[in-house]
Design a protein around this ligand. Sequence first.
Ligand code: PBG
Ligand code: ZN
Length: 324
Amino acid sequence: MSFPIVRPRRLRRTEALRRLVRETHLSRDDLVLPLFAVEGHGVREAVTSMPGVFRHSVDALVDEGKRVRDLGIPAVILFGIPAEKDARGSGADAGDGIIQRAVAAMKQAEPDLCVMTDVCLCEYTDHGHCGILEGDEVLNDPSLERLAASAVSHARAGADVVAPSDMMDGRVGAIRAALDGASFEHIPILSYAAKYASAYYGPFRDAAESTPATGDRRGYQMDPANAREALREMQLDLEEGADALMVKPALPYLDVLATARAEFDVPLAAYHVSGEYAMIHAAAERGWIDGDRAMDEALVSIRRAGADFILTYAAKEVAARLAP
Ligand code: PBG
Ligand code: ZN
């Protein structure tokens, strides 16, 4: 049967009908808000390239945690920006480091909020690479020890989930072993499994002061041209003990997300990254697009492609729009 008997438009006539046949829903339950922790007191510093995003001192993060909870957002992911950086990224696993203090303060104020941490060295190293640097080479195996120590220190501070984003080989296994060895066998690993060497991280690197001083990240992050390799990365991370997998960025890699959805039964996350967020706000500011609608469309598309949850800087604005 076909037209004129079949008319798909019949089910699009009213909003009530459209609601009934809608296949994908975006809910507050699907959102994770990224937050940046900086030193100081009473700091709430705007990130210029990301309207609505701020760098907060620990005390200000606690207030932010309350707003996040009131909006019904279940989780945040924290990034620490230390005052001092060095070659080995000592701040990454310091017991009293910025991220460790931020986690502890947020968990104390909001015990029910899920606090995830980004595990990486780039915010803490003076060269800005995600691992230990020798000449212009980012060393894999010596970096694992540092990453594992960071993850354990985050768990010790009270993190509910650790999320390694460095793209070193074997980091999930190393982190799992270190967590288990420190009696954190109950802490899940959300692996940034398919993380691409993307141009869309620009605004984040301004916010996190993590632009590499020399070279780029193409020796460890994935080539944007590769999809099969992403599945292999995900498979390896599952074998090493990852509890959930992430694809990053989101919109340019919806194909990877959709294939991963068909292939794996673990929870899948997508990171709607800084550049994706900034583009929508920039165009909306110029009056070129309806920013709210473009944001909702981006996020529902990421869900449609197969993501269970989304890390997005738009979590608060979207949660405020969604009815409870
Ligand atoms: C650190 C990290 C980055 C992002 C998340 N964790 C930056 C990078 O790899 O350069 C990017 C997030 C964003 O752009 O919103 N490894
Ligand atoms: Zn990094």
